[in-house]
Design a protein around this ligand. Structure first.
Ligand SMILES: [Zn+2]
Length: 371
């Protein structure tokens, strides 16, 4: 008997997450408590429900720039070692509660030095929080592996220094590098030296590209910078032509998909796309979940993965992102398993570790669900 696909059953299925921002996933209660402790008076609400509502409504903004505004408040309460440790620890526990078994969580150290912390102190606090969260989750019977990506802000000029930080902490839990922030006007090639430094050190990186800005951003990320993965990448559809045989119209045969050269190389090289359905709708990158290119790209066998981006701002979880896609496109357990394995194959941890999670955790647990 096949188990029906609901939020509750998806919550039991193992999941892998590659694109989740630490400063986008705080618990509203934690934001309030830390603000109180450190004397931060800038919060737009004073109780948990109102604050959660505020984050949610502000994030349904239709533009990436406005979507990014509420982060000033989460970042403001992540300026001490204790706060960073707590937020990282809770992040791991929350993901484990949702049966995420592997996650790469990213954050930008340069946003957490307002009260005088060094970059190293920032990273150390977050990694210690992750480790404590992992221990707590394992003790609760929900083992999870969490690794860190360090992000540089694309409008700033610290990317090389941040890349060096990623390498310095590569054996302590940092598995890669990323650039994030407003995309228009800040092409990936501005940070070429950081990407070259990563490649020089045989290290991996992903680039937010093709979210708010189109093909040139994706082209630079792949051709100039050599990105191992793309954050979002939804605008790759600008390089894909879809037509229906028989002159279009509903039900006239399967769509014919023609890829341009950039879309082709993404698929040929199996470049993973870190897609974040709810966030993509909220920033206006796509009009609705039903119109999200996830399904088109999945059917065309791109390496698509499902991600949360910002659990607080998008009021979501990995299970919820899986559910909205399943409801929009009629996916079943075997599809969710494929997306999960796609993500695990695309992780920045060593090959043997990826394989162990796929073979020992993901496949056996999905075998039960698929029935
Ligand atoms: Zn992101």
């Amino acid at each position: 008997m096949t188990i029906p696909l609901t939020l509750e059953t998806i919550r039991q299925a193992p999941k892998a997450l590659l694109h989740d921002h630490l400063d986008g996933g705080l618990r509203p209660a934690t934001v309030l408590e830390i603000a109180e402790q450190i004397g931060y008076r800038g919060l737009p609400a004073t109780d948990e429900t109102a604050l959660a509502d505020w984050f949610r409504t502000r994030s349904h903004s239709g533009s990436l720039e406005r979507y990014l505004e509420p982060f000033s408040h989460t970042v403001a309460v992540m300026q001490t070692p204790e706060a960073l440790h707590r937020v990282a620890d809770e992040c791991v526990r929350d993901l484990a509660d949702d049966s995420v078994v592997y996650a790469e969580v990213r954050f930008a150290p340069e946003l957490h030095i307002d009260r005088g912390l060094s970059f190293d102190a920032v990273i150390e606090a977050v990694l210690a929080g992750f480790a404590d969260g992992e221990r707590a989750a394992a003790a609760a019977g929900r083992p999870i592996t969490v690794r860190c990506l360090v992000t540089a802000m694309r409008h700033a000029a610290l990317s090389r220094e941040i890349a060096e930080l990623a390498i310095r902490f590569r054996d302590q839990g940092v598995v890669g590098f990323d650039i994030a922030g407003a995309e228009a006007g800040y092409p990936p090639s501005r940070h070429l030296d950081a990407f070259e430094y990563m490649r020089d050190n045989n290290a991996r990186f992903t680039i937010h590209a093709g979210e708010a800005f189109g093909l040139p951003s994706i082209h630079e990320a792949i051709a100039f910078c050599g990105a191992d993965r793309l954050g979002h990448g939804v605008r790759i559809t600008d390089d894909i032509e879809v037509s229906r045989p028989g002159g279009g119209g509903k039900g006239v045969g399967d769509p014919v998909v023609r890829l341009g050269r950039l879309a082709s190389i993404l698929r040929d090289k199996r470049i993973p796309l870190e897609m974040c359905p709810s966030s993509n709708v909220q920033t206006g990158a796509v009009a609705s979940i039903a119109e999200h290119p996830f399904d088109l790209l999945a059917r065309a066998r791109f390496r698509v993965t499902v991600n949360t981006d910002n659990r607080l701002m998008s009021d979501t979880t990995m299970s919820n992102e899986m559910l909205v896609l399943a409801e929009a496109f009629g996916y079943g357990w075997s599809d969710l398993e494929r997306f999960t394995i796609n993500a695990m194959k695309s992780a920045f941890i060593p090959f043997d570790e990826r394989l162990a999670i796929i073979d020992d955790v993901i496949k056996p647990r999905y075998a039960v669900l698929v029935g």
